[in-house]
Ligand binder design. Structure first.
Ligand code: ZN
Length: 92
């Protein structure tokens, strides 16, 4: 018999089976897409393209990394543009 600490994981899982997962935001990917982790069993979920929660599979994780990169680039560019707009050069 294997000595396991799976027993410790079993109880939160059971709790979640009965009461449902209690997700907390673990990562903001974009304004609309977030990743969540269950407080009790550490189950991970994400927002899919329909805006519903779905299991965070490796595929979704990969998509989220790409979305995040695009999002970061876009917000950085916006920040840069607004900065250079307010930073008008005075040529006298
Ligand atoms: Zn859970």
């Amino acid at each position: 018999m294997k000595p396991t600490n799976q027993k410790r994981l079993f109880i939160p899982r059971l709790y979640c089976n009965v009461f449902g997962h209690e997700y907390q935001v673990s990562k903001n990917v974009t304004y609309h897409v977030k990743e969540y982790t269950c407080k009790h069993c550490k189950h991970e979920a994400t927002t899919n393209s329909n805006g519903y929660l779905t299991e965070l599979t490796p595929k979704f994780r990969e998509i989220n990394r790409i979305l995040e990169r695009i999002h970061t680039k876009r917000t950085m560019r916006l920040r840069h543009e607004s900065f250079s707009n307010s930073d008008l050069k005075i040529t006298a």
